[in-house]
Write a protein of this length. Structure first.
Ligand code: ATP
Length: 350
């Protein structure tokens, strides 16, 4: 089922929370709504579920307008952050609940519950009560309860945020597997960029009630639309500069730390003031023919798989660089050159 959100506006009292949001979520897609706390992602998810109505614009499931359709008639399954399981019902009864409301026969219900507990690999714990389950197992039951009705759209609101780091990774893989198996159109809300980069077919970055960018994880990480997206998804070093020359192939940029070449970047004009950005992992140790920055090491942080450096370009400008599997131990105070490939530079108007 494809889901269209068209020019949706929603506020609470005088505060606008969603400001003219439009999104096209494709059939069978695992789509992420990603953004910082308060950006409006839960409000948008609840609006798609039917708990809120938009003030302007509309939500469509396929060609069917959903404005005015109550939640229980939308055929969506929802999973909440806190699981919201019934403590007095067993696992199987919790999962069957959505079918009771839909008046399934006893035999059909039993079969469907067993099938769905199979999908989340919980068939052996069907008779347990929720308080006899671990957090990860409770989350599986919550998923089963949402899946049992065979929803057209699955809505997940920060489903892993109550789990510890290791379980979160495990359940991430589970959600990927379940989505691959069921191929239900899924809309997943999170503020965790790693979760969205690792799982999403496509993602939308929201900020202050506005969609900043939509795309596949690699496209958004590799070519963020603006500084907000670049800083929210991953880390970015920024240097102020000016455009010296610009052509279809690339731009020559002037900075107080030397000249930099950027590949591509249409739409730049000579003389334009810009921010030049690059990821810490794009800063490669050593010199090259172009884009060399000469620095002094301020700080070295050992993180196991990588060494993280804070490097001073001047008395006030610092950048961050990562080195994978370092051979030498580098010390603060030492000089170090790094270079950045022209295709790894972001250039944004200043
Ligand atoms: P979080 O990750 O913290 O849940 P979010 O991006 O999901 O954040 P929303 O829950 O959609 O954000 O909230 C967006 C804004 O709307 C916030 O400023 C919040 O305080 C406000 N808000 C949300 N629900 C209501 C409500 N029922 N009444 C009044 N204000 C609300």
């Amino acid at each position: 089922m494809n889901v269209s959100v068209r020019h949706v506006t929603k506020g609470f009292g005088a505060t606008p929370v969603l400001k003219d949001i439009s999104l096209e979520i494709r059939d069978r897609e695992l789509f992420f709504l990603l953004g910082p706390s308060g950006c409006g992602k839960t409000t948008l998810l609840r609006l798609i579920a039917g708990f809120y109505q938009p003030e302007e614009g509309g939500v469509f499931f396929g060609d069917r307008p959903m404005n005015g359709v109550p939640p229980h008639q939308r055929n969506t399954g929802m999973v909440f952050q806190n699981y919201a399981l019934w403590p007095h019902l067993t696992v199987a009864e919790n999962v069957a609940y959505g079918l009771d409301v839909r008046r399934f026969s006893a035999a059909k219900k039993k079969q469907r519950v067993a099938e769905t507990l199979g999908i989340v690999q919980m068939e052996n714990l069907a008779d347990r009560s929720p308080n006899q389950l671990s957090g990860g197992q409770q989350q599986r039951v919550a998923l089963a309860r949402a899946l049992v009705i065979r929803p057209d759209v699955l809505l997940l609101d920060e489903p892993l945020s109550n789990l510890d780091a290791k379980l979160r990774l495990e359940m991430r893989e589970e959600i990927r597997r379940i989505h691959e198996q069921t191929r239900i159109t899924t809309i997943y809300v999170t503020h965790d960029q790693k979760e969205s980069l690792s799982l999403a077919d496509r993602l939308a970055v929201l900020h202050d009630g506005v969609v900043e960018q939509v795309g596949e994880p690699r496209a958004v990480y590799g070519a963020p639309a603006n500084r907000f997206v670049a800083d929210f998804i991953g880390e970015t070093n920024w240097l102020p500069g000016d455009v010296e020359t610009a052509s279809a192939e690339g731009a020559r940029l002037r900075t107080e730390f030397g000249r930099l070449l950027a590949e591509g970047k249409p739409g730049l004009a000579p003389g334009q003031a810009v921010w030049i950005g690059f990821r810490p992992e794009a800063a490669r140790i050593g010199t090259d023919e172009v884009n060399v920055l000469r620095c002094r090491i301020n700080r070295v942080t050992y993180l196991g798989e990588i060494e993280e450096y804070e490097l001073a370009l001047s008395a006030t400008a610092t950048i961050k660089a990562f080195e994978q599997n370092p051979l030498a131990i580098r010390r603060p105070g030492a000089e170090l050159a790094v270079h950045v490939r022209p295709q790894n530079l972001f250039v944004m108007p200043r």
